[in-house]
Design a protein around this ligand. Structure first.
Ligand code: ZN
Length: 302
């Protein structure tokens, strides 16, 4: 199966998403879609896989990305924007019917990836399952409690949720271990170590034979505490890759990831952040979407 890329630019509020076509698609094929949230990656035939950033597109913070395929909807991460207060800091939840989302997969505990989870689970119609690793949950408990202390105004009215909501959220969280494979409603997924911070993972999702790898924040550099991000070692059809520093020093890391995946003879679609400049390589169609994600650990800032 081969991904056929094309440019789609979508603007909503601060969200500007660039999807850059790879070597097999016309470079000048821009579609400006100001009216709707959809951006489609047509597969051959009438199959369509949609990637819809609800937050983190050309901005810093509130990472939240929807994947739609074959009637399934998966949300990756649910962060808040640290530059805004209250509901303004949330992803654009109004772009999606919460009760139609099957899964929420959280990559790591940072506020811009996970602080919106208690709101999503307790204040919306979401009925799906939520997964994260055990270390992520352990630290999220602290992050969420800390978040309501620092995000509310003096009387607490700016808070998105309270302590009880956090407890209700924790009771709904399902745990996943690295390399564990889980199937929910026909969606198979597993996770791999992403480096970056304790508990951080990438998700490999398989729907109807199509594999999508969502990296979240990752690091390919081993340090004294954490291993480098793993390579799943299986064929991936669509790569959704964080690339906040994609055009800077970490661009090489992004490229390494794409190239290594391509060496498994995969058709790959890279999805990331920063200015839309990406290297196509021989075997892949590389597509870049702008998602800028806060790297600063708010928990450290507090
Ligand atoms: Zn992070």
């Amino acid at each position: 199966m081969r991904v056929e890329g094309r440019f789609v630019v979508y603007k909503r509020g601060g969200q500007v998403v660039h999807i850059m076509s790879g070597s097999s698609a016309p470079a000048a094929d821009f579609v400006v879609n100001k009216g709707g949230p959809k951006r489609s990656f047509p597969f051959r035939g009438d199959e369509t896989l949609e990637v819809m950033p609800l937050g983190g597109g050309n901005e810093v913070g509130r990472s939240c990305c929807l994947l739609k395929f074959k009637g399934k909807t998966i949300m990756f991460d649910c962060g808040v924007h640290p530059g805004y207060r209250g509901e303004e800091s949330l992803p654009f939840f109004d772009e999606v019917d919460a009760d139609q989302v099957d899964l929420l997969l959280v990559t790591h505990f940072h506020v811009d990836h996970a602080a919106g989870v208690p709101y999503w689970l307790t204040k919306t119609a979401f009925k799906g399952k939520t997964y994260m690793t055990y270390p992520t949950l352990a630290i999220c408990k602290l992050v969420w409690s800390d978040f309501i202390k620092v995000s509310g105004v003096a009387d607490g009215s700016g808070n998105l949720y309270n302590d009880k909501d956090i407890q209700d959220t924790i009771s709904q969280i399902n745990l996943i271990d690295y390399h564990q494979e889980i199937e929910v409603e026909g969606v198979r997924f597993s996770c791999f170590n992403a480096g970056h911070v304790l508990g951080a993972c990438m998700y490999l999702v398989q729907i109807a034979g199509v594999r999508v790898l969502y990296t979240g924040d990752y690091s390919r550099q081993e340090d004294r505490h954490l291993m480098a991000a793993e390579m799943p070692g299986v064929k991936v059809n669509v790569l959704v890759v964080e690339s906040t520093y994609g055009v800077q020093v970490r661009f090489r890391l992004l490229g390494d990831l794409a190239v290594q995946i391509s060496q498994h003879s995969m058709d790959t679609l890279a999805y990331g952040a920063a200015e839309a400049r990406v290297e196509s390589n021989v075997l892949v169609v590389v597509v870049v979407v702008v998602i800028v994600i806060v790297i600063v650990m708010v928990i450290v800032m507090v």
